[in-house]
Design a protein around this ligand. Structure first.
Ligand SMILES: [Zn+2]
Length: 305
């Protein structure tokens, strides 16, 4: 099913990496800049992530011997230093996830650069190193984001959706890997209900919502792919959902030939595989130089209909 499967370490059938985006209450502050600070229900819904869910998740990982990846907005790192310290203490990876979860498609390039680089400084100060991985808030990467990642020497992005397994993105200035997510492996559609940011979905039961992720795992296991859920501590880290995830992890670790690793390690492996002659698919960027829409003489988009 996958035409260019990657040979995983020690003959593993499938690579696995659970990626948690620990947004916490950054979401309400960026969505409601004037009064988000005084909306206590969404603040508390977000705070549940670093204060209750992350300790629970880390305990499971310690017990099962897993090291995984967390993407955290820099403001959230500053706001919840104990969660950051606990994540680092257990050897997990922390990736760049914006400063205050600002959406790159909604701000001008100089502003994007400002917040991107300010977030980098927070990472360096709090973790002692530059992150090697990035995930855009709301997956909203622009060409300018890719250029910033290349300029700052990132080894991978994990926001774009052009394949099932990692691929290489090349630009005139350089290259970086993409570890592709998609909405079918994100927990927002199944579990998020957040009227303040215009996201109202019928919340699924834990077993129905999570079964989609488990079916994704089975497909990747069969095809030799990479299973990478995009979860949020305040959603999938809730009690009943995490209980099912724990049981699932216990089962596949005992009965399946899988390789769990942080995304940075998976990307390093894919890079070594490519340098050893393995086939990794390439996407050349930018995709387009300008608008594809039909334009009028006055530079306005014209309806093709
Ligand atoms: Zn996020």
């Amino acid at each position: 099913m996958i035409l260019n499967p990657i040979a995983w370490p020690n003959g593993a059938r499938c690579a696995c990496s659970i990626s948690f985006d620990m947004d916490a209450d950054s979401l309400i502050h960026i969505a409601k800049p004037r009064d988000g600070f005084n909306r206590l229900y969404p603040i508390t819904m977000g705070r549940y992530g670093p204060t209750v869910a992350v300790p629970r998740i880390l305990e499971t990982y310690r017990r099962l011997g897993l090291q995984q990846s967390f993407f955290i907005p820099a403001w959230t790192m500053q706001q919840y230093p104990e969660a950051v310290e606990a994540i680092l203490r257990d050897g997990h990876e922390i990736g760049h996830h914006g400063f205050l979860h600002e959406d790159p498609t909604t701000i001008a390039q100089p502003e994007q650069r400002h917040w991107f680089e300010r977030a980098l400084q927070v990472h360096q100060r709090m973790t002692g190193r530059k992150p090697t991985g990035y995930r855009a808030p709301v997956y909203n990467v622009t060409q300018g984001t890719v250029d910033l990642l290349v300029e700052h020497g990132f080894s991978y992005d994990s926001s774009l959706m052009a394949d099932d397994i990692p691929y290489l993105m090349k630009t005139a200035a350089g290259e970086l890997f993409e570890v592709p997510p998609h909405w079918g492996t994100d927990d927002w559609p199944a579990f998020a209900h957040f009227e303040e940011i215009g996201y109202m979905m019928p919340v699924r039961s834990p077993s129905i919502g999570l079964s989609a992720f488990f079916e994704e795992f089975e497909a990747h296991y069969e095809a030799g792919g990479l299973w990478m859920p995009v979860w949020h501590p305040f959603l999938t880290g809730r009690l009943a959902r995490w209980r099912l995830v724990e049981k699932f992890l216990e089962r596949i670790l005992a009965s399946h030939n899988v390789w769990f690793a942080p995304l940075s390690e998976i990307v390093a492996h894919v890079d070594a595989f490519r340098r050893g002659g393995g086939h990794v698919r390439v996407e050349n960027l930018p995709y387009y130089d300008g608008p594809v829409a039909l334009m009028t003489d006055r530079g306005q988009a014209a309806s093709p209909l």
